[in-house]
Design a protein around this ligand. Structure first.
Ligand code: ATP
Ligand code: FE2
Length: 328
């Protein structure tokens, strides 16, 4: 089967083509909305996505060397996300479904970050550490659902890093700039560390850092280094706790922050010490992308799941454990 995947939950409009038989991603076009500040006005991002749809669709088909009539299935991200942007993807999916007379599957974006790891690596039943701009969750499969074992109680880790970088004057997106500066850091500055059970909290650290920056007493490189060491240790701790709790021995990373090499290294050290394994996908599959939507849609469809036109409305607030996982 050939599946066309559509992603539009937030900054990124993505179109992918997946071949189920060869287990190959034939194309994965990513068009991310960019701003200087990182501030996002949902209606403007939606305008960006609406303009990006046609060229992205053409590129995805060309790169995959597929004629649109050869598509067997259309998968789209149904939620969670921004209403304005989700509507662009859902509208495109419904139109294509009617036009091509092909079935439709609505996919949960967070679950897709995990399913792509199962499809592209040898991980069978991983715990997912999902760390992006807005999302910070530890997700794993248990008793017919994907469940959130831990999450942030306030700020998403990517948004936190971007805010910190802005305060330091490093520009947007902050994550990659912080990673560069951290490499030159020498001294560890003690920072508040806040893990509560399986959850983390970043609000206190955020305030503390603003005070430290304004005091002018600390170097940018030491601050970046110390922020990474502190926040990533918190993430690794909750991921490890979820692995211990569920008895699983595979860790998968997802989300834009997972591109960070130091976080990847810390995860590898933790899993090695437990006799477990870390799986890391190439960056194009860590950030928001449509390949993961196409892949999850295929798994769902093969298990007999599909979405009628009537049910194909967006689900901006869908929770990870709202979805009945019939494909596992
Ligand atoms: P979502 O809507 O799922 O929350 P998103 O729209 O924020 O996702 P992603 O591409 O998954 O999109 O993540 C973007 C975040 O990843 C930004 O906050 C960015 O600073 C962060 N990031 C990117 N590269 C790195 C890096 N090397 N180190 C740390 N953070 C990074
Ligand atoms: Fe995401």
């Amino acid at each position: 089967m050939i599946c066309l995947g559509i992603e539009s939950t937030a900054h990124t409009l993505g179109i992918s083509i997946i071949n189920d038989k060869s287990k190959r991603v034939l194309s994965n076009i990513i068009n991310a909305y960019k701003t200087k500040t990182g501030g996002i006005v949902p209606s403007r991002v939606a305008d960006h996505h609406a303009e990006a749809v046609k060229p992205a669709l053409r590129k995805a088909l060309e790169k995959a060397r597929i004629n649109i009539t050869n598509i067997d299935l259309i998968a789209f991200s149904q939620g969670p996300g921004l209403g304005h942007t989700l509507r662009i993807g859902a509208g495109l999916a419904r139109s294509l479904s009617v036009l091509l007379k092909k079935p439709l599957v609505g996919v949960n974006h967070c679950i897709a970050h995990l399913e792509i790891g199962r499809f592209l690596t040898r991980a069978e039943d991983p715990v997912l550490l999902y760390v992006s701009g807005a999302n910070t969750q530890v997700i794993a499969y248990e008793a017919g659902r994907y469940r959130v074992f831990g999450e942030t109680l306030d700020l998403g880790v990517g948004n936190f890093l971007d805010g910190f970088a802005r305060e330091l004057g490093l520009g947007f997106p902050g994550g990659p700039r912080i990673e560069e500066f951290a490499k030159k850091g020498k001294e560890y500055i003690k920072l508040p560390y806040s893990v509560k059970g399986m959850d983390i909290s970043l609000g206190g650290l955020d305030t503390n850092l603003k005070q430290k920056i304004r005091s002018g007493k600390y170097s940018k490189t030491d601050l970046c280094f110390s922020v990474q060491e502190t926040v990533f240790a918190m993430l690794v701790e909750v991921a490890e706790r979820a692995m211990a709790h569920t008895g699983k021995n595979e860790l998968l990373l997802g989300g834009g922050v997972a591109c960070n090499k130091r976080l990847q290294e810390m995860c590898r050290i933790m899993t090695r010490e437990r006799g477990a394994k870390t799986f890391i996908l190439p960056n194009e599959f860590l950030v928001d992308n449509a390949a993961m939507i196409g892949i999850t849609g295929l798994e769902m469809y093969k298990a007999g799941m599909s979405t009628s036109l009537r049910d194909a409305g967006i689900r901006p607030y869908e929770r990870t454990d709202d979805v009945r996982v019939e494909w596992r």
